[in-house]
Design a protein around this ligand. Structure first.
Ligand code: ADP
Ligand code: MG
Ligand code: ZN
Length: 555
């Protein structure tokens, strides 16, 4: 059977080899086993249901919450000479009726619908009249209340499907691999443990970087100028940020479009199309942009500001490199963003319990920006993905020179300061005390009389706050969840205070690492080349070659 699947892969799609997990998923489906396929974005999930659909008789029904993607998928199938269509609210009633008739006559090999279609009894009765071989639930995490895009209407589809006279093979596909979602989907779709395929969701072609301490606008301008031939997305938090960046880049003659919820539907559609068709290469957007947009050759995603949590970040960054080619995900970190995100949580209408959760998730996002660990591994750990435990070797933490600086003494000072302050305050006041600030609050609590007052005065307050965040990120210190996370000591803090654990911080030296990996002469050449291009383009050298282009060049 797999032989045949492989032939189909070659003849229809032109690929020689299955990707990780595809063959197994196809095999289970061909054996009529309900299957759950968890693969990263761009991992090739569509083929997992399309190939069985092509091999077996009968119709394959694909349920997708993303109306905007249906047309693309169907167009792709039709262009391969496959009988496929979609039925959704973007069609006139007449068109819908026509397609329903053809469906009833068994004319389609593939049919794509949105979950809402299942509210119609007529639709169900038609399904009962045809030979339905497979139902694929695309973006299946939307079925689960634990998924980040839970859609109640999608969940009820499962009950409706189970009312069919003959329940076909069921398949769930998602890139969300948390245990809760996985367990939930497994139960709902009645999948046996053996038939869960989880390839993890490490993205081997993505390079994650955190960029700190740079003028963000200047960084972006220079970055996109150098990459203006390649499609890329820049995410900002607010509409205002989007507008400002857009007008700035536009005024510099760069091929840019913008997208946010404050624009008219037409304007948004035009911007989206321009980007998808490569009329412009730079898309500046809020997180309203992206869901349901299938552009496989996005070469970079830059986050201008801190996202609200790692779930959103990984999803947005993951829109880069869906075609498998090397792509970059750069997050520009600035401490102010933490306040913005907190404000957004505070302003929202969530229940207190939910707000607390959101603060916790935000803290994990902040930790990501301060960790010294491999960034890809950090994300995988966060999602409890144990399928892969090697450092990626590409992210800004992996590639940074591992020359470590001993910061044990400073850490001890911070920790004892936290202790002396009674473990009742947050990072910013602690930083003030260590700095020896004349702040009102410092005096009010008489912290200027502590022995730790001004102990680290040779650092800036910002550096101290960063350092405290770093200690939290490394779990050397605890930050309680909440709007103003209170610092507390944990077991590790005590061990550090006793001198049992040393504290190291890494120093960023990208170039040195590359020089070592390849060779110094080549690196000198690179440096000259880099300088030349920078001069020609009137750019400062630091953005001209990013890690990715440098490494590629060196190869
Ligand atoms: P997902 O739904 O998992 O995000 P897609 O099904 O949209 O991913 O596939 C992403 C890209 O990978 C598509 O361009 C697809 O043609 C390509 N692809 C899928 N399977 C293979 C394969 N075995 N070899 C090469 N490319 C593949
Ligand atoms: Mg998909
Ligand atoms: Zn890494």
């Amino acid at each position: 059977m797999l032989q045949e699947a492989k032939k189909v892969l070659k003849t229809y799609y032109g690929y020689d080899e299955f990707r990780h997990g595809q063959a197994l998923a196809i095999e289970h489906i061909l054996h009529k086993q309900n299957t759950l396929a968890i693969m990263p974005t761009g991992g090739g999930k569509s083929i997992c249901y399309q190939i069985p659909g092509l091999i077996t008789d009968g119709t394959t029904l694909v349920i997708s919450p993303l109306i905007s993607l249906m047309k693309d998928q169907v167009d792709a199938l039709q262009s391969l000479g496959i009988q496929a269509t979609f039925i959704n609210s973007s069609l006139t009633m007449e068109e819908q009726r026509e397609r329903m008739d053809l469906l009833r006559q068994g004319a389609y090999q593939f049919i794509y619908v949105a979950p809402e279609r299942f509210e119609s009894d007529y639709f169900l009765s038609v399904l009962n009249q045809i030979h339905l071989s497979l139902i694929a639930f695309d973006e299946a995490h939307c079925i689960s209340q634990w998924g980040h895009d839970f859609r109640p209407s999608y969940r009820t589809v499962v009950d409706r499907v189970k009312q069919l006279h003959v329940v076909p093979t069921l398949m769930g596909l998602t890139a969300t691999a948390t245990d809760l979602v996985q367990d939930d989907l497994q139960q709902l779709l009645e999948v046996q443990p053996d038939h869960i395929i989880n390839t993890g969701f490490a993205r081997d072609n993505l390079t994650f970087s955190i960029v700190k301490g740079q003028d963000r606008t200047a960084y972006i301008e220079e970055y996109v100028r150098f990459h203006k031939e390649e499609p890329g997305i820049i995410y900002a938090i607010t509409r205002k940020q989007v507008d400002q960046l857009f007008y700035l880049l536009q005024s510099k003659g760069l091929p840019v479009a913008k997208y946010h919820a404050g624009m008219s539907e037409d304007a948004r559609k035009n911007a989206q199309n321009a980007f998808i068709q490569d009329d412009v290469t730079i898309m500046i957007a809020t997180n309203a942009f992206g869901m349901g947009i299938d552009k496989s050759n996005v070469r970079y995603v830059i986050h201008y500001a801190l996202p609200k949590n790692l779930e959103s970040y990984y999803q947005e960054a993951g829109r880069a490199g869906r075609d498998g080619a090397p792509s970059e995900c750069n997050l520009l970190f600035s401490g102010q963003d933490i306040q913005t995100q907190k404000y957004l949580i505070e302003q929202s209408e969530m229940m207190d319990e939910k707000k607390k959760q959101e603060y916790g998730k935000l803290q994990a996002m902040i930790n990501y920006c301060h960790t010294g660990k491999c960034l890809q591994q950090y994300v995988l750990d966060y999602f409890n993905d144990q399928t892969n435990s090697e450092d990626c070797g590409r992210c800004s933490n992996c590639i940074d020179d591992v020359e470590k600086v001993d910061r044990t003494k400073e850490a001890q000072m911070v920790l004892s300061c936290v202790k002396r302050m009674g473990e009742r305050f947050g990072a910013s006041l602690t930083a003030k005390v260590l700095k020896g600030s004349n702040d009102k609050k410092v005096k009010q609590f008489r912290f200027n009389q502590l022995s730790t007052y001004g102990l680290l005065r040779h650092y800036t307050e910002k550096e101290l706050t960063h350092f405290i965040q770093f200690l939290v990120a490394e779990n050397y210190l605890l930050a309680e969840e909440g709007k103003f996370p209170i610092l507390r000591l944990n077991q590790k803090s005590l061990a550090i205070l006793k001198g049992e654990i040393p504290v190291y911080m890494q120093v960023v030296k990208v170039e040195k690492k590359i020089a070592e990996d390849y060779n110094v002469e080549l690196f000198e050449l690179l440096r000259e080349e880099r300088k030349k291009i920078a001069d020609e383009n009137g750019l400062p050298p630091y953005v001209v070659f990013t890690d990715r282009s440098l490494t590629e060049f060196a190869r």
